[in-house]
Design a protein. Structure first.
Length: 238
């Protein structure tokens, strides 16, 4: 298992976000992480990526406790840009190349062309969708064992989603794992090996997509069944 989680709980002050989570996520799989806004998806992804370390329980990535050693194996795509507004796309690639030993600069430059982003374009002049494409190619250009992608298609127009998803699938190293959160359940169902749905601070669904389909359930229908009061924006009235 690439990720092993035992009795994981996380609170922000008096607000309990994750309550005694237990999970084992297999290597080489594409796992869809779904749930309403505020259910703890981003918190879980940040814990796995080593961005949050004040939690209760045990979290292992590739057999290592989350920390400096495990972070070297994880490429994390946050839901917000972390790049300075003055930085160009080419400078961002150079920055990542200096920072990460497993960064593939050649791949990054090739993906820059695929995404039709100019090397001299500054972050501040990019649309939200362009910024997300840049962050995605920077993440995928790391030769990691685990890719943790927080809403990678949130600002991408519908016509580009298939292209972006194909880029994700075609550019990940063999046997690497992808944990991807999304509200676009219908668009993403075709690529997921496993479905992981969390809400009310706990795991509500975790199963192979093929097994769910064999029971006569597609992910969109199951999502509406599990979260009947989620609005189109993904909000859930707790």
């Amino acid at each position: 298992m690439i990720i092993q989680i035992n009795n994981l709980s996380k609170s922000y002050g008096p607000n309990l976000v994750l309550d005694n989570i237990n999970l084992a996520l297999p290597q080489g799989a594409i796992i869809g992480l779904m749930g309403p806004n505020g259910c703890g998806k981003t918190t879980l992804m940040k814990i796995i990526s080593g961005m949050i370390n004040d939690f209760e329980g045990k979290v292992l990535v590739d057999g290592k406790p989350v920390g400096a050693e495990s972070k070297a194996e994880v490429a994390f795509l946050p839901d917000k840009t972390y790049l300075p507004q003055w930085m160009t796309a080419k400078q961002a690639i150079g920055y990542m190349d200096d920072f990460f030993a497993n960064f593939n600069k050649t791949k990054a430059l090739e993906m820059l062309e695929q995404f039709q982003l100019r090397p001299d374009m500054r972050v501040k002049t990019m649309s939200k969708g362009m910024q997300e494409k840049l962050l995605l190619l920077l993440t995928l250009s790391r030769e990691a064992k685990l890719y943790v992608l927080d809403e990678p298609l949130g600002g991408v127009d519908p016509s580009a989603r298939k292209f972006i998803m194909d880029c994700i699938l075609n550019n990940r190293p063999k046997d690497s794992t992808i944990l991807l959160s999304t509200h676009m359940v219908y668009d993403m169902e075709r690529v997921f090996d496993y479905a992981l749905m969390i809400g009310r601070r706990e795991v509500l669904v975790y199963d192979k997509v093929d097994s769910l389909n064999a029971q006569g359930k597609n992910l969109s229908e199951l999502f509406q069944e599990v979260f009947p009061y989620v609005s189109p924006a993904g909000d859930f009235p707790y």
